[in-house]
Design a protein around this ligand. Sequence first.
Ligand SMILES: Nc1ncnc2c1ncn2[C@@H]1O[C@H](COP(=O)(O)OP(=O)(O)O)[C@@H](O)[C@H]1O
Ligand SMILES: [Mg+2]
Length: 260
Amino acid sequence: MSTGIQQTKDGIVEPDPDGRTPVLEFRDINTYYGAVHILKDVNMKIYPGEMVCLLGGNASGKTTTLKTILGMVEPASGQVLIDGESVNGRVTADRVSLGVSMVPENRRLFKRMSVKENLDIGAYLRNDDEKDDDLDKIFEMFPRIKERLNQKAGTLSGGEQQMVAVGRALMARPKVLLMDEPSMGLAPVLVAQNFEIIQQINDAGTTVFMVEQNANMALSIADRGYVLQTGAIVLADFAAGLLANPQMREAYLGEAGEGR
Ligand SMILES: Nc1ncnc2c1ncn2[C@@H]1O[C@H](COP(=O)(O)OP(=O)(O)O)[C@@H](O)[C@H]1O
Ligand SMILES: [Mg+2]
């Protein structure tokens, strides 16, 4: 759902719709772990309502990008903006309050706590009285979860844990949902279901920023994508453009279009 394209001198293609404020923005972000330079001059803009994916091989800096958004890692230079507001130096909880929440890599549920307790944790920064309505919406999306509310999260199947992790993130009522490799470790049929849910969440108005190694799958539902290679963005385009890009096909999409 993007209008207009902007080609910058770096060849980065981003929509530039009607002066809207990006809900998420990186300006020249550089992130290090100790002396190791991980993210290199990363620029991104995610507009309200978009579904954008961040693609790239193992260890290219995808998770570090999400951690930088949430303040779990602080960049050495550059600005992170949430809804137009610079959040550098602000703690993770503040950023969640501004409207960002994450489904982490490998779900990261509190395994000895019940499904209900895990969902409640997602809403811990809220003090409105609409949490029960949101729980009902999550049960509608994932009827399986409702049947297992009192079960310990660690005893759920991988697919069910993914549902709880998505539910927990939604309980924060995010403007932007960050997802770190949602398809990882899931059987193909569950991957497809999972992507359908992500699509539904986006259709209902939540902006989605998704990290994936499965480029084919991600580009089948995303509006556009960025490609990260050893911490630098080397390609940025609408999904159709990336799917057709020869460089992309060779490195990330596989000969038979099977992805990896
Ligand atoms: N806490 C950390 N300390 C030091 N190096 C790290 C840390 N986390 C990740 N790295 C390194 O940073 C690079 C990027 O990691 P990451 O962002 O997790 O990549 P991706 O998610 O794309 O696989 C990798 O080389 C990884 O080993
Ligand atoms: Mg990762």
